[in-house]
Write a protein that binds this ligand. Structure first.
Ligand code: TMP
Length: 231
């Protein structure tokens, strides 16, 4: 369902918490910019100023009453705003858009994790995003126990530093995270053309090299041009 008429390139990063997404996104974006590409960096949930407000509701561990259906709708509300305000205009202008998570996360966390119906998720995806889908998704595959341990260590550091609480989903039971992990594995197996699975247990340098190889191939296939764009 990719929007093939647009000149930009849409990349998303996916994986369990603690898979090294943030580090690898930063390395990729630095390299793309050094090569002369105009990059829009965004995140789900988050990105736009409105999206960042929605992110606070979604991730604050004080919001224990948030129902699964309300949670699902908020993730898509955030994404619709991101697509309308940032992603679609940037792609139309020929930018490389790099998003920290997108709808694969909703399939994994709300579909498999919460057990919400996949046909509802597919319908909301169509409504919220239309044809705006990633050309390439980098899936950082990390052992679930290692990922969760890293995520908990990071959350403890953030709490000690007095930073915003973003632990509501990380605090879910191990079985929830097991279902998320299995869903990612199934997505990667179902869509090998779009989703590139990368072993996140390798060194930071090797993971980056694998990501760059996948991205370069897509840049070449897209005949993407360099230089600043006017969004
Ligand atoms: P992160 O920005 O640190 O990756 O945290 C976002 C959290 O939100 C993470 O636990 C995954 C979760 N999430 C969902 O449950 N559904 C979604 O659609 C997205 C984008 C994220």
């Amino acid at each position: 369902m990719t929007d093939t008429l647009r000149p930009g390139l849409f990349l998303s990063f996916e994986g369990m918490d603690g898979s090294g997404k943030t580090t690898q996104m930063r390395l990729l974006i630095e390299r793309l910019r050094a090569e002369g590409y105009d990059v829009l960096e965004t995140a789900e949930p988050g990105g736009t100023p409105i999206g960042r407000q929605i992110r606070r509701i979604l991730l604050d561990s004080a919001n224990q009453e948030l129902s699964s259906r309300a949670e699902l709708l908020l993730y898509f509300a955030c994404r619709a705003q991101n697509v309308d305000e940032w992603i679609r205009p940037a792609l139309a202008a020929g930018c490389v858009v790099v998003s920290d998570r997108y709808t694969d996360s909703t399939v994994a966390y709300q579909g498999a994790g919460r057990g919400l119906p996949m046909d509802v998720i597919r319908g909301l995806y169509q409504f919220a995003c239309g044809p705006t889908a990633p050309d390439l998704t980098i899936y950082l595959d990390i052992d679930r126990a290692i990922g969760l341990a890293r995520a908990h260590a990071r959350n403890a550091e953030h709490a000690a530093a007095g930073q915003t609480d973003e632990t509501r989903i990380d605090n879910e039971a191990a079985e929830f995270h097991d279902r998320v992990y299995d869903a990612y594995a199934a997505l990667a197996a179902d869509e090998p053309g779009r989703i590139r699975r990368i072993d996140a247990a390798q060194s930071i340098e090797q993971v980056h090299a694998d990501i760059w190889a996948a991205v370069e191939t897509h840049i070449a296939a897209h005949s993407l041009s360099k230089g600043p764009r006017h969004v």
